[in-house]
Design a protein around this ligand. Sequence first.
Ligand SMILES: CN1c2c(nc(N)[nH]c2=O)NC[C@@H]1CNc1ccc(C(=O)N[C@@H](CCC(=O)N[C@@H](CCC(=O)N[C@@H](CCC(=O)O)C(=O)O)C(=O)O)C(=O)O)cc1
Ligand SMILES: N[C@@H](CCS)C(=O)O
Ligand SMILES: [Zn+2]
Length: 771
Amino acid sequence: MVQSSILGFPRMGANRDLKKATEAYWGGKISQDDLLAEGKRLRLEHWKIQKDAGIDIIPSNDFAFYDQVLDHIQLFGVIPERYTKYNLAPIDEYFAMGRGLQRPATGGAPAVDVPALEMVKWFDSNYHYVKPTLQDNQVFKLSSKPKPVTEFLEAKEAGIVTRPVLLGPVSFLYLGKADRGQSIDPISALDKLLPLYVDLLKQLKEAGAETVQIDEPILVFDLPAAVKQAFKPAYEKLGGLGSKIVLATYFGDIVHNIEVLESLKNLYAIHVDLVRNPEQFETVAAALGPQQILSAGVVNGRNIWKTNFKHAIEIVETAIQKLGKDRVIVASSSSLLHTPHTLASEKKLSPEIADWFSFACEKAKEIATIAKAVTDGPASVREALEANAKSMQSRASSSITNDPAVKDRQSKVTEQMHNRKSPFPARISQQQQRLNLPLFPTTTIGSFPQTKEIRVQRNKLTKNEISAEQYEKFIEQEIQANVKIQDELDLDVYVHGEPERNDMVQYFGERLKGYAFTTNGWVQSYGSRCVRPPIVVGDISRPLPMTVKESKYAASISKKPMKGMLTGPITCLRWSFPRDDVHQSVQAQQLALALRDEVVDLEKAGVYVIQVDEPALREGLPLRTGKERTDYLKWAVDSFRLSTAGVEDGTQIHSHFCYSEFQDFFYAIAALDADVLSIENSKSDAKLLKVFVDEAYPRHIGPGVYDIHSPRVPSQKEIEDRIAEMLQYLKPEQLWIDPDCGLKTRQWTETKAALVNMVNAAKTFRAKYTK
Ligand SMILES: CN1c2c(nc(N)[nH]c2=O)NC[C@@H]1CNc1ccc(C(=O)N[C@@H](CCC(=O)N[C@@H](CCC(=O)N[C@@H](CCC(=O)O)C(=O)O)C(=O)O)C(=O)O)cc1
Ligand SMILES: N[C@@H](CCS)C(=O)O
Ligand SMILES: [Zn+2]
């Protein structure tokens, strides 16, 4: 029998229940017990969904209140002293590492003021993990009640025997970093960490877990020799304990690390992503030991398209022919964390389009169906196979997917359309004449707090409880209030605050032809924060201006330059669910042309500073170096330039990236030719900015001076120290002062307090440097 398996399930629940519970806990509205009980309820519900779908191997320990890597940080006691010193309850210490904690002294408890650990992108996805942060003398300590054991027992008690999921020791360390001021190479701590994995595996075995999934996703990267070599001794230890270990990789192929796999023959099974890289099958199969099992990831954990059964079954049959039925498992390509919970909630999608989609609950059924098809033969699931073939045919031949006018416009794109009229020096002097900005200009990244009131009004509009006019009036009032606040703060370049936007990508998806969007298709982005990625279903075009009304109005009531705010083509694409039937470069160019029209319309409306956000440019970078990366960067940079190059020299183009890992593709950032870049930087070492010096970067830069993911308010001194550090690398006339990212997730109280400190810090430096 061919077994079916899922590598991980979304945690939020059908109605973002986990988000609601954690936020209620943070707001003091529910108790710790209530929160823990809600977590338990959700875990049980998700195990049952998978069981009812017919899944044989169901994961546990895939649930996390904030992030699965943060779970491991706590599990192994990799907790810097700045958190442990407060003796917080474990769950509070956990959230303090995830999102920072700042609270005054109460009763006998001392005041707490600690920033969050760094949070970065999970591989090339829009999910974020908390980075393990190690000390030079790092001591590891297994938690006294290890979460993987507790959750395994919890499922067992409910009659479901699960396969616990652990992040493997090599990936855990490799994805970590040395704490600020420390110099440890995390992988050097492997020997100290391994005994904890040994202990944990023993405890899991005692609890009854026969198989354990150990994720080593870094195997898809190009790895340094020392890291590659770390696998063999580590898994010799872990594989010899009597547990059946399934070593899981995803989001890429492992062919370039095949010698690692060849050295792991004592492991029970290897999981590979055959959706992203079906061609790796032959090499991986040849490297398996004679008994080793292949877990074939054939149902995509990263998108929402229905699986093509014919295609997936062919892949599994090939594996069976080579390995035999008992040595193949049918699985999701990765955890289903990156897909929405269920299609059943989508009542507003046209039935034609809905028939093309599959979310986590539906994917669970697909996996079970494929496993049955190859176990009992196609006749056993004939109806499902026929319906699937019909659906594939309907999408391939639908008029929705194809727009000749868009294709025609694409065929007329010229090289010249990617270039600004003049080089930067000529542009900046025209811009400065028009904008007249001081040294160390201050600005924000675009969004201001999305208050409860804003969300409620938008919800009322969606439910037709208020008219479009009433909603527009409300948005105008919000913009007025945002402008007034910026007057009071004395910022230099204003933003309208994005109150009209539900999300920086979804908003555009809802206004572009060629997109479909969901009402409840939430996917976790980080912590309690979720997104509803719109879905590219066909050729993309812009029927009408999307942002001009709000930006024009904001500019008309503002005494300082107003920055128009758009999401760039790559970010629109990456944070949507893209089409899988057309190359992404084609979709990006369609988006670029739509945005180009918007940029030109903003300029015509009198908006002379325009920010085109590209925070997902880095995330889209293929995980391995080489041709694929070069190709990606070419079309990604081209699409940004195509979207922005239609303006006059005196219009200032900004772009924003909320990540600090730009060293490995610096030349691409430079090639965007944006007049001003704002980048996340507050939690990284300022010496990362050295690349701007080394490469003699000529344009303007605003490295973020404070972290916006945490409610914590940075002091003016802290910000001044940060600016002083930046000035070791950047010229005063290049430097802008801004936060790391938009402020939509923050409350107004902390936002104003932080911005007051930021503006004052900028003014201190302005005074110092102005003769
Ligand atoms: C900048 N980032 C973004 C990423 N990806 C995106 N697609 N967008 C981003 O901004 N990736 C990297 C970073 C960090 N990621 C995030 C992700 C998500 C948020 C965030 O704030 N998410 C919100 C949801 C935003 C949204 O869509 N809001 C809607 C719906 C609001 C809602 O919940 N309505 C209620 C009813 C109203 C009420 O009573 O409150 C409902 O539907 O039940 C809207 O505003 O209309 C989140 O809350 O998770 C930030 C950064
Ligand atoms: N303009 C957006 C960028 C986020 S990456 C914002 O401020 O929220
Ligand atoms: Zn950002």
